[in-house]
Design a protein around this ligand. Structure first.
Ligand SMILES: [Zn+2]
Length: 547
């Protein structure tokens, strides 16, 4: 193949100039541009049915995504998915330079007038770096996939199998582009009798610590859950403080048990996720009064490498029980001291630890109320849907409403999941398909190392949440059931096309361009590596997988 770097650069600059902020019509323009570009490629002129501009399912913005596929001359069911997102995050971070955010040439000189740290200053002076919103995350990645598709379309005789490209919007939002696409992909494989052997994303790649010059290729991806807690205490008047159980105290203990606790790192393939961290903690008392707080809501970002939702639920249940036990112990100790100081008789406080999952709460309430509760519950969901709350808020309200119907009014903690859910993909290399993928990547990277000056490292999990997650999901029905039954927003407010994802289940890769500061106003791409070595690794990996 000819040197593709220049071509990729030109195209990525073009794509960058089409501002396609998530949730705007720019996403439609970007999709249109890519469609028109590919339409001129000879292969798609000859095979117009293999290039499609498809509507997102149930999208109020009427956004579209591109699907294009090449069928190799050497027939084989083996198929590679190239996926990329065509949207970007917003541009408000550019402040007064907002209008130049997607004008790489102008932006650089404008940014040069502002003051930044030494590294950014030196990158602004260097010809190597291109600054712009989207150039790094991930217009360059999309451009390289388009150019690969075009090049491979000229050499179909060499291709044993098929190459499918999708360019999807809304990755920086709710992944609705990818979630629409997986359903069409499942349909396509059924129609054609194809099997996906790998998905290759070309999303951004950066150093893992200050001064890290290594380049990374990832096999597999991190996942994410949003476990939530509804902490229900016992209100009291501040004048009788010990006769209540302060939900704030219980929530604090919960944070202490969970927040950044290394015990909850999910370790697989020698790589650990970051431990969970709280994203929200709020008591649910609306007004000022001398009544103590009786309910608190909190949730955590929980990254996964190998644990399924049911396992995460169980781990967190244990943490919640511990937090509850600790709280009761602490209260009794303080109460005892207080009694001594006040000369009153001490009697152990009545609290007992109680932690339920949402599924258990629902079952208990249904057992008490009888089957008619199901109808009531459905009506309640519909009622809440009309109010149009955010997914997290909606989930909390469902939990609160079900809890209201429960006869047990003692303090308790209820654990549940709120959207979104991003499954992890762990490529262990045990199946022949995974082993082939690993050796293809290793060989391609080895060749790139020999040809270039870069220190390229293969790692197990792409560390940023992305659409790659929806290339696979557990086939364990019990595990999926535990997720669904503990996610109050499922299925009416939020759901995933589980069957379609199970059908396309494939190992994943990320071979990304190199840069710095994705999602910041100093977002920038390094031309070296991104326009030479990265496309080389991409091309060689595809060749090895479809030879
Ligand atoms: Zn991205």
């Amino acid at each position: 193949m000819p040197d593709l770097g220049e071509k990729i650069k030109r195209l990525s600059m073009e794509l960058t100039r089409i501002a396609s902020i998530v949730g705007t019509t720019g996403e439609i323009r970007a999709a249109g541009y890519i469609y028109e570009y590919l339409k001129k490629v000879n292969y798609f002129v000859q095979n117009p049915g293999n290039l499609q501009l498809k509507d997102l399912k149930n999208d109020p913005l009427n956004r579209k995504y591109i699907m294009a596929f090449l069928e190799g001359k050497k027939t084989s069911p083996n198929t590679i998915l190239l996926l990329g997102h065509i949207d970007t995050v917003g541009v408000d971070d550019y402040g007064d330079l907002k209008e130049y955010a997607t004008e790489p040439e102008i932006l650089k000189s404008m940014l040069s007038k502002k003051s930044f740290d030494e590294e950014i200053k030196s990158d602004l002076k260097s010809d190597n770096w291109i600054f712009s919103r989207g150039i790094f995350d991930m217009k360059t990645g999309v451009a390289s996939q388009m150019v690969m598709l075009e090049e491979f379309s000229k050499h179909l005789e060499k291709l044993r199998g098929n190459l499918v490209f999708i360019g999807v919007p809304d990755e920086e939002g709710n992944s609705s582009g990818m979630l629409s696409a997986v359903q069409d992909l499942a349909e396509l494989t059924k129609q054609k009798g194809w099997e996906f052997i790998a998905a290759i994303d070309t999303d951004y790649m950066t150093g893992q610590y200050a001064g890290d010059e290594k380049k990374y290729v990832y096999v597999g991806t991190v996942g994410k859950l949003l476990p939530c807690f509804y902490v229900y205490g016992k209100e009291t008047h501040v004048g009788e403080a010990f006769s209540g159980l302060d939900a704030n105290l219980l929530a604090s203990e919960l944070i202490k048990e969970i927040d950044l606790n290394y015990d909850l790192c999910d370790v697989a393939g020698g790589e650990a996720t970051l431990p969970p961290i709280s994203l929200h903690q709020r008591d649910l008392k609306a007004e000022y009064s001398v009544q103590t707080v009786n309910a608190v809501n909190l949730y955590f970002n929980f990254a996964t490498h190998k644990s399924q939702p049911d396992e995460v639920l169980e781990k967190l249940k244990q943490k919640a029980i511990r937090a509850f036990d600790n709280t009761i112990k602490r209260l009794n100790e303080n109460y005892k001291k207080y009694c001594e100081l006040s000369g009153i008789p001490f009697k152990k406080l009545p609290w007992q630890s109680k932690v339920l999952t949402f599924e258990e709460l629902y079952k208990n309430v249904k057992d008490e109320a009888g089957n008619e509760f199901e109808g009531k519950f459905e009506a309640l969901i519909d009622e809440l849907l009309k109010k149009g709350a955010d997914d997290r808020e909606f989930s909390l309200r469902v939990v609160q409403e079900v809890h209201k119907h429960y006869s047990d009014k003692n303090p308790m903690i209820i654990i549940y999941f709120a959207p979104p859910f991003y499954p992890h993909i762990f490529v262990e290399g045990e199946s022949p398909r995974e082993a082939k993928l690993l050796s293809a990547v290793e060989e391609a990277v080895e060749e790139a190392r020999a040809k270039s000056k870069y220190d390229i490292v293969i790692k197990k999990f792409y560390p940023y949440i992305s659409d790659l997650s929806y290339c696979g999901i557990s086939r364990n029905e019990e595990s999926i059931k535990k997720l669904v039954n503990n996610m109050p927003a499922w299925p009416k407010k939020y759901s995933l096309p589980v069957e379609a994802i199970q059908q396309i289940n494939m190992p994943v890769l990320n071979i990304g361009p190199y840069g710095r500061d994705a999602h910041k106003l100093t977002e920038r791409l390094s031309q070296s590596y991104s326009f030479d070595t990265m496309p080389f690794i991409l091309e060689k990996t595809i060749e090895r997988l479809l030879n």
